[in-house]
Structure formats: structure tokens, C-alpha cells
Design a protein around this ligand. Structure first.
Ligand code: UD1
Length: 335
């Protein structure tokens, strides 16, 4: 049995990945400081998988505790999700982001080095490409100067890991994860007003927000709204299992990076229209100003993940908006 430490394992992507790890024969061990999720997620993971998962309410910056957990559970590898991710907040409070996202990574990798653990999968982001000159972007597309401290922590994180020869690292550059587990038991749990498009859509549809604002319709795209590569979180979770498998099979490879998207770009208005059609709900929205720092269009070339990791996305945009809505409705009926 391979024991995988999953930092941030009760978060949105982390929780879905824990489920996939268990379903593929791995034993995850979760640490999460619950800064952006709730403890109930643990019990929900157990309901889906029928298995109890060891959990520690801990911060990745606590090196003593990390080492203790690594020893106690005989950890063979790490998937590192624990990080802050709100672009706007990172501009307001940059040190909070550098401390958690970079400080946490350094502490984690130091603990791994001390314990002789080499395998790590790192949550990176398509944000490293900035506003690309052409899409789809592949892994050799230029890395642009980060437009926010959040984006910079992902760039620096990749650099730190690629500078550590005692590691076998895979960095996954996520595009836009949306959707939820088909059980309706886990999904995204934004605390406060959501920054991201789909949680804002579902909260508006259910009446928690009065209206959605589309941030600009004067971009150089087919309908004037921005284009992103939306990927179902369950497909994304499976990519982590493939990455862990790959590292096991290629212990001599020090560092590699993969785009994790579908390869398709959709506009904001296409997401809204698909959400309305698939779920048969009317969404109250208006067109507003552009949001500062938004990229006009970006979508992935996913050939490398397909050829090397033997991973590709299978779920459709319809699956994504249907499960997002199912999750929002099941949240509303929770005690
Ligand atoms: C960004 C980053 C991504 C990062 C993520 C973390 C880029 C290309 N992507 O995602 O790497 O991991 O933040 O949160 O930099 N929109 C609206 N109305 C809303 C909310 C969003 O119109 O109320 C639009 C945005 O303008 C954008 C699209 O929806 O065009 C997607 O936005 P969002 O879900 O916030 O994700 P990104 O900004 O693409």
C-alpha cells in the first residue's frame, strides 16, 4: 500500500483527489488547517468511499508535526494542495500569500528531504502563462510575468521544486476546475462571496446572490466575453492519481510539468447558456465592466498529459454544469 500525504485534502480539489486515490488503491493521509473548508468534508469522503481516512488539523508550516505524521504513516509521496488561491486578495495581502504558499512549500519539502521522501505532485496553474500570445498553450509556451502575488507563488513554487534534485516532482498546471462529485456529497465550498464564475452562477441561481455580473463583453472573442478551459474536478482529481503512478514508474525523473485541461475554450456567455439549458433554470445576469487583471483567452494543449501521463479529460461541459448545480442544491438542503 502506498501512503500519500495530501495537504489541503479537505479542500475542493483535494477532497475529490482523496476519493480517487482511495478508489485506485492508495491510502491518503490528510492534513488541512480548515482555513477554507469544513470538517464535515471528511465524513462525506468516508460516505463516498466506505473508508476512514486519517486526518490531522494542521498547518503545512509546522515542520515538526509534518515529520511526525510522515513517520507515523510511513508516507511514500505527497500531493500538495494547501495554499491560498484568491487572486484579488493576494494583491491586497501579498505577504499572506508568500508566507502560506511559499513558506508552506519550503517547510513541506524540508520535511520530505529530512524523511527521504522524494515524490511530490504540486498544484500549479495556467496563470503562469499570463495572457498568452496564442492558444492553445503547451508546456513550452512562455511563462509571463505574474499579474498577481498569487500567480507569482505558483511560478516560484515550480522553480523551487525544479531546483531540488532530491525530489521527483510533477507540477500540474490546472486550467479552470468546476463541477462536483456526482454523489452531491462534495464540491466547492466558497466561504463568503465567491470570486470564481461557477460558484457565483450557482449561488445566483439558488437565490443567495441577486445577480451575476459578466465582467466585460468587449474582448476580442466570438461573443466578446473571456474564454477559459473549464475542466471537471473529477477529471482533474484523476490526473493526480496518474501523476503519482507516473512518478512511481519513473523514479529517475526529477521534474516535469503538465497542462491539465480539456483542450476546449468556452466563453462566459457559453457557460451561462449551457448552465441554463442543462439545468432548466433562468439566470439573472448583467454585463458589467472588465475585471482588472483578467486574461482575455487561454486554453490548453493537453497532448503531453495524454501521451506521457496517459490521462485525458472525459467529462463534458454539460456534466460540469449539471454536477455544480446538483451540489449547490444539495448544500441548500443540508442541516
Ligand atoms: C483565475 C486564474 C487561475 C486561478 C484562479 C484562482 C487565470 C487565467 N486564471 O481563474 O489560474 O487558479 O483564478 O481563483 O488567471 N467572471 C465573470 N463574473 C464573475 C466571476 C467571473 O464574468 O462573477 C468571468 C471572469 O472574468 C473570467 C471567467 O469568468 O473571464 C472565469 O473567472 P474565474 O472563475 O474567476 O477564473 P479565472 O479568473 O480564469
Amino acid at each position: 500500500m502506498e501512503n500519500i500525504l495530501v495537504t489541503g485534502g479537505l479542500g475542493y480539489i483535494g477532497s475529490h483527489t482523496v476519493v480517487e486515490l482511495i478508489e485506485n488503491g492508495y491510502q491518503p493521509v490528510i492534513i488541512d488547517n480548515l482555513s477554507n473548508t469544513k470538517i464535515d468534508v471528511l465524513e462525506r469522503i468516508e460516505r463516498i468511499t466506505g473508508k476512514k481516512t486519517p486526518f490531522y488539523r494542521e498547518d503545512v508550516r509546522n515542520i515538526e508535526k509534518l515529520q511526525q505524521i510522515m513517520t507515523e504513516h510511513d508516507i511514500n509521496g505527497v500531493i500538495h494542495f494547501a495554499a491560498y488561491k484568491a487572486v484579488g486578495e493576494s494583491v491586497e495581502e501579498p505577504l499572506k500569500y508568500y508566507d502560506n504558499n511559499i513558506g508552506g512549500l519550503i517547510t513541506l519539502v524540508s520535511a520530505m528531504e529530512k524523511k527521504g521522501i522524494r515524490s511530490i505532485v504540486f498544484s500549479s496553474s495556467c496563470t503562469v502563462y499570463g495572457e498568452p500570445d496564442v492558444s492553445p498553450v503547451n508546456e513550452n509556451s512562455p511563462i509571463k510575468k505574474a499579474s498577481s502575488p498569487y500567480g507569482n507563488t505558483k511560478q516560484i513554487g515550480e522553480e523551487i521544486l525544479s531546483d531540488c534534485p532530491f525530489l521527483n516532482t510533477i507540477a500540474l498546471r490546472y486550467f479552470n476546475p468546476i463541477g462536483a462529485h456526482p454523489s452531491g456529497l462534495i464540491g466547492e465550498l466558497p466561504l463568503g462571496v465567491p470570486n470564481n464564475l461557477v460558484p457565483f452562477i450557482t449561488q445566483t441561481a439558488i437565490g443567495l446572490r441577486s445577480e451575476l455580473t459578466v465582467f466585460g463583453d468587449d474582448y476580442n472573442t466570438k461573443d466578446g466575453t473571456c474564454i477559459r478551459d473549464y475542466i471537471h474536478v473529477v477529471d482533474l482529481a484523476k490526473a493526480h492519481v496518474k501523476a503519482v503512478d507516473y512518478i512511481k514508474q519513473h523514479p529517475d525523473k526529477q521534474f516535469d510539468v503538465f497542462n491539465i485541461g480539456t483542450g476546449n475554450g468556452f466563453t462566459v456567455l457559453e457557460i451561462i447558456k449551457t448552465f441554463e439549458e442543462v439545468n432548466q433554470v433562468k439566470l439573472n445576469y448583467t454585463i458589467g465592466n472588465r475585471r482588472a487583471g483578467d486574461v482575455e483567452k487561454v486554453w490548453a494543449n493537453t497532448d503531453k498529459a495524454k501521451n506521457v501521463l496517459e490521462w485525458e479529460a472525459h467529462l463534458t461541459l454539460e456534466d460540469m454544469v449539471r454536477t455544480s448545480w446538483y451540489w449547490q442544491k444539495s448544500l441548500a438542503t443540508q442541516p
